[in-house]
Design a protein around this ligand. Sequence first.
Ligand SMILES: CC(C)(COP(=O)(O)OP(=O)(O)OC[C@H]1O[C@@H](n2cnc3c(N)ncnc32)[C@H](O)[C@@H]1OP(=O)(O)O)[C@@H](O)C(=O)NCCC(=O)NCCS
Length: 149
Amino acid sequence: MSISTPKVLELSHRPSLEALLTGLEADLPGWTWKAGDASMLLNHWHVLGVFAPNSTRILAFLAYRPCGDALEVGALATLPEARGEGLMSGLLRYLKSRLLLRGQEIWLEVSSANGAARRVYDALGFRVVGARPSYYRDGSTALLMTLGE
Ligand SMILES: CC(C)(COP(=O)(O)OP(=O)(O)OC[C@H]1O[C@@H](n2cnc3c(N)ncnc32)[C@H](O)[C@@H]1OP(=O)(O)O)[C@@H](O)C(=O)NCCC(=O)NCCS
């Protein structure tokens, strides 16, 4: 699959973001973000997306917002059929290259049981700086990870 450059999503992308969230909901039981959250995400978060070539279909997205002097990544996912193609690594690298120029740290939280996500974060240089044991419903630990200074 050819990988397009991440785009900053605007309110006009709401239908495409809703379609993506619908696809994720079907794949991920317990996934927090539903199609009805697309407007809220676009209004209150910065949302980056990767589109399928020559299409309005979003394959992967990442939502972040300022949190003190740092940036918090609150949601990110890739459609199941587009995983393992480097899309999320590309989105995070794009964020990293833009934000670290301004000296901002990136913060996120991940389940200790989420091997795919942890591989992506580890490869990009995120470090574990905190843990909340038994945080998730499946009993797994929430790991607080950061990239930056
Ligand atoms: C975690 C997630 C966002 C990664 O997205 P992605 O676009 O597949 O990420 P990348 O392609 O950049 O990297 C995936 C890693 O898994 C490996 N991988 C290979 N095939 C894969 C597949 N079919 N499915 C998942 N991962 C695969 C890749 O090799 C890569 O590791 P590598 O860099 O060491 O080669 C994605 O699995 C996802 O949406 N999961 C569900 C939602 C989620 O867990 N969000 C994170 C919450 S903190």
